[in-house]
Design a protein around this ligand. Structure first.
Ligand code: FAS
Ligand code: PHB
Length: 390
């Protein structure tokens, strides 16, 4: 088999890249290790930057998002027993974010790919990458016991943090930058109305909490937990009691609890692999970088990578220019590192660290107090949260 671009991974990065390349007339195939239902069952991100919404509009996959997504003008920061609203729309001259689950983005992209008759190979086992340092890269995979080989011009590794693409690169060719945080996020999904109109990020002496949502009837909540914690230690009532301890009185009075329909613990890390291009292999999304979810950047970085990569490949095929693909890694990493900084900073001011002593607790409080009382600080937070320009 032959194609122009072989995409590894059917998460948001791989699926959106596939649709953009199709829109640009570039043949592509997606190889996905799991089946469709497994990919859709993963509950992850919930906040879309305007740039991400714009890319989904560009490939004609934003109709349901506009029908069902919730446009948010601001967020709330809770600390010292009070809540403070950050009016991001006002601070950024009109920019907003859209609340729409990653699961729904993935579903919409899968449906669009099916409607276009484009190929995704699910349950693709033992994917392996070959000769990507030559002009004739190849990808092999096993499906139903049969080994297949795809000859292609380019390979895009969109296979996430635990994928095969980054692992296929010689150790001496790649540099890793990493920070592992000494805590995780215990998250639940419940068919209950959200506690507030907008998201609440809470700094509390017992630990961080986040009140988010997926719709007016489905809520997403998180509490900071220890790295060695396990969801078996957290029956629903224990989760709700802990969340209430970390929220202000008004929020506690409004909170509607109910059975969890999903519960999971995610570790937090900052991670960047440099560069993001190796000959005819490009890394995009979590395959190249990870951010702690505090800044709601993970999914949105995957989409900006894919914006840069798809326009570079369009330039290569339509103008036979390699300028875009030669500059892909630099362009992508410039935006990645700004999001890494913002996510690290949001995590550092909102969480309790093992070495958070009385002094550092006061510093966190002063930082938060400055954030909500200074126009300049509010603007800086807002322009990063809604998404820096591509
Ligand atoms: P993904 O990991 O989504 O997709 C990679 C795909 O490649 C998967 O479908 C996988 O099955 C497939 N794959 C892996 N290895 C393969 C192989 N060898 N062969 C073929 N296919 C292979 N971001 C936020 O902004 N907010 C959040 O709240 C948030 N919460 C998160 C919670 C968790 C538990 C995790 C893990 C991540 C979270 N993220 C969050 C980040 C997340 O949304 C990612 O940024 C986003 O999924 C990135 O998309 P992809 O790069 O497509 O990677
Ligand atoms: C979510 O709704 O899952 C969510 C929202 C904002 C974040 C992280 C996660 O910063």
């Amino acid at each position: 088999m032959r194609t122009q671009v072989a995409i590894i991974g059917a998460g948001p990065a791989g699926l959106l890249l596939g649709q953009l390349l199709h829109a640009y007339g570039i043949e592509n195939i997606i190889l996905e290790r799991k089946d469709r239902d497994y990919v859709l069952a993963r509950i992850r991100a919930g906040v879309l930057e305007q740039g991400t919404v714009g890319l989904l509009e560009e490939v004609g996959v934003a109709a349901r998002l506009h029908r069902e997504g919730l446009v948010h003008d601001g967020i709330e920061l809770a600390f010292g027993g009070a809540r403070h609203r950050i009016d991001m729309k006002q601070a950024t001259g009109g920019k907003t974010v859209t609340i729409y689950g990653q699961t729904e983005v993935t579903r919409d992209l899968m449906d669009a790919r099916d409607r276009a008759g484009l190929k995704i190979v699910y349950d693709a086992d033992n994917v392996s990458l070959h000769d990507f340092d030559s002009y004739k890269p190849r990808v092999r995979y096993v499906k139903d016991g049969v080994t297949h080989e795809i000859a292609c011009d380019f390979i895009s590794g969109c296979d996430g943090f635990h994928g095969v693409s980054r692992e296929s690169i010689k150790a001496e060719a790649i540099k890793i930058f990493e920070r592992v945080y000494p805590f995780g996020w215990l998250g639940i999904l419940s068919e209950t109305p959200p506690v507030s109109e907008e998201l609440i990020y809470a700094n509390h002496e017992r630990g961080f909490a986040l009140c988010s949502m997926r719709s007016h009837t489905r809520s997403r909540y998180y509490v900071q937990c220890t790295l060695d914690d396990h969801i078996d230690n957290w029956p629903d009532n224990k989760f709700w009691d802990e969340l209430k301890r970390r929220l202000d009185r008004e929020a506690v009075d409004r909170l509607v609890t109910g059975p969890s329909i999903e519960k999971s613990i995610a570790p937090l890390r900052s991670f960047v692999a440099e560069p993001m291009r190796f000959g005819r292999l490009f890394l995009a999304g979590d395959a190249a970088h990870i951010v702690p979810p505090t800044g709601a950047k993970g999914l949105n970085l995957a989409t900006s990578d894919v914006h840069y990569l798809s326009t570079a490949l369009r330039e290569f095929y339509s103008e036979t220019s390699s300028a875009g693909i030669d500059d892909y890694s630099r362009r992508a990493l410039t935006r990645v590192w700004k999001a890494e900084r913002f996510s690290w900073w949001m995590t550092s001011i909102l969480h309790r660290f093992p070495d958070t002593d009385a002094f550092s607790a006061r510093i966190q409080n002063a930082e938060l107090d400055y954030l909500v009382s200074s126009k300049a600080a509010t603007t800086a937070l807002s322009e990063n949260y809604v998404g820096l320009p591509y």
